[in-house]
Design a protein around this ligand. Structure first.
Ligand SMILES: *Cc1c(COP(=O)(O)O)cnc(C)c1O
Length: 381
């Protein structure tokens, strides 16, 4: 009996994409083999982290790199390094007062469900502009907000960004003028693979990626790339050092797994990947096209802003809602999990599907005849 069967947790077909609540992504057999090998020996974790920093920096054309336990803690650690640098102290010597006095600038259009790390650091958040609107001169706004205590500007690249957010280039320009680092949460911004070096080449000081999304590394891994001066602080004070670093443990298996997945991601045929996604979208449009209930459309880019198409199925009648369809898909065996686009439609995302799974989902959708009893289901991320 398999572990999931033993626990009564049925494996699902994930049509939502690289969402952590369904596992994010699947590691390749090569990654799993490399993790198994890494787990079989004791090693000096600090030495491993340093060697990986150099190797990953080289692979991603960056000054330095740091493997951490996920993008959220990557953002925390990046800002921690920026605070330590600003205060001219080692992380271990930072007082509560050092945190209270430190300021991090961000735009209200970048507030998002992951930014709780900013509150947790205990820094003063200096919020600019409006949730759905930035003023004409974001550079000027940043420069006016900078004080001797400004430790960093936080920037978000994600589907969570509200319309009207300032351009990254403007923020970089202002931050450069004021000599403060830009910390970028780009957790889900892979693909495109070039983002591993494009952000830092454009002037971002630290860019943070999730290892457990499309990089297909371990769920509990993340990657920081960028400034050697800042990452040196993390190499000294991050895991396995006691204190702040120790809160964010990252096992040698995860480190090796992320390294392995990264090499495979860099070597992957990303054009073939896009073609596969286009073919899945075409298959769904063929199978569902002309149906009285479904209007299958190609949607691009996807919810994270990644350059991969997905299927947007619009419902033609007001009586059947996406909540009914999602409940029907989730009640099947195996359960299919998809994301709604509001009450009148839903998405099927090829990123986490095989062609055979897309076909299975479409077949099941063709079997939908009546509104199932029970509650409508909406996706909760
Ligand atoms: C997914 C995501 C995170 C969290 O990444 P983890 O690797 O799961 O910690 C943080 N920020 C954004 C914008 C994300 O999309």
């Amino acid at each position: 009996m398999g572990i999931y069967e033993e626990l009564g947790v049925p494996p699902v077909i994930n049509a939502m994409g690289t969402f952590t609540i369904y596992g994010g992504s699947k590691m390749s057999p090569q990654t799993l083999r490399d993790m198994q090998e890494a787990a079989a020996s004791f090693v000096d974790i600090r030495l491993l982290q340093r060697r990986l920093s150099q190797a990953v920096a080289e692979l991603t054309h960056n000054e330095a790199a740091y493997i951490c336990g996920g993008a959220s803690c990557g953002v925390y650690l990046s800002l921690l390094a920026a605070i330590a640098k600003k205060r001219g102290k080692k992380v271990r010597h930072l007082s509560r007062e050092d945190f209270y006095r430190s300021e991090v600038i961000l735009f209200r259009s970048h507030r998002n469900p992951y930014d709780i790390v900013l509150d947790q650091l205990g820094v003063k958040l200096v919020e600019l502009a409006y949730p759905n609107h930035s003023l004409k001169d974001p550079c000027g706004d940043i420069l006016a907000a900078v004080t001797p205590d400004t430790a960093a500007v936080y920037y978000l690249e994600s589907g969570w960004v509200s319309p009207g957010a300032p351009a990254l280039s403007d923020v970089i320009q202002a931050a450069r003028t004021a000599r403060i680092p830009v910390v970028l949460d780009a957790a889900a911004m892979l693909p495109p693979v070039e983002n591993l070096w494009a952000y830092t080449a454009a002037g971002v000081d630290l860019a943070v990626f999730s290892g457990g999304k499309d990089l297909r590394g371990p769920q509990s891994s993340g990657l920081i790339v960028g400034s050697l001066a800042l990452i040196d602080i993390l190499l000294e004070e991050g895991f396995p050092t006691h204190g702040y670093g120790r809160m964010f443990k990252v096992g040698r298996e995860e480190m090796a797994g992320l390294y392995s997945a990264l090499k495979q991601f860099l070597a992957a045929d990303h054009e073939a990947r896009k073609r596969d996604a286009e073919e899945q979208v075409a298959l769904a449009r063929n199978m569902l096209g002309g149906h009285p209930l479904y209007e299958p459309l190609r949607s691009y880019p996807n919810e994270a802003g990644q350059p991969i198409p997905r299927v947007h199925v619009r419902l033609k009648t007001g009586t059947v809602s996406s909540g009914h369809i999602l409940a029907f898909l989730a009640a099947g065996s195996p359960p299919v999990i998809a994301a709604d686009s509001g009450p009148d439609g839903f998405y099927l995302n090829p990123m986490t599907l095989t062609m055979a799974e897309m076909e299975l989902i479409c077949r099941r959708l063709l079997d939908f005849t009546e509104i199932p009893p029970g509650k409508e289901v909406y996706t909760d991320v």
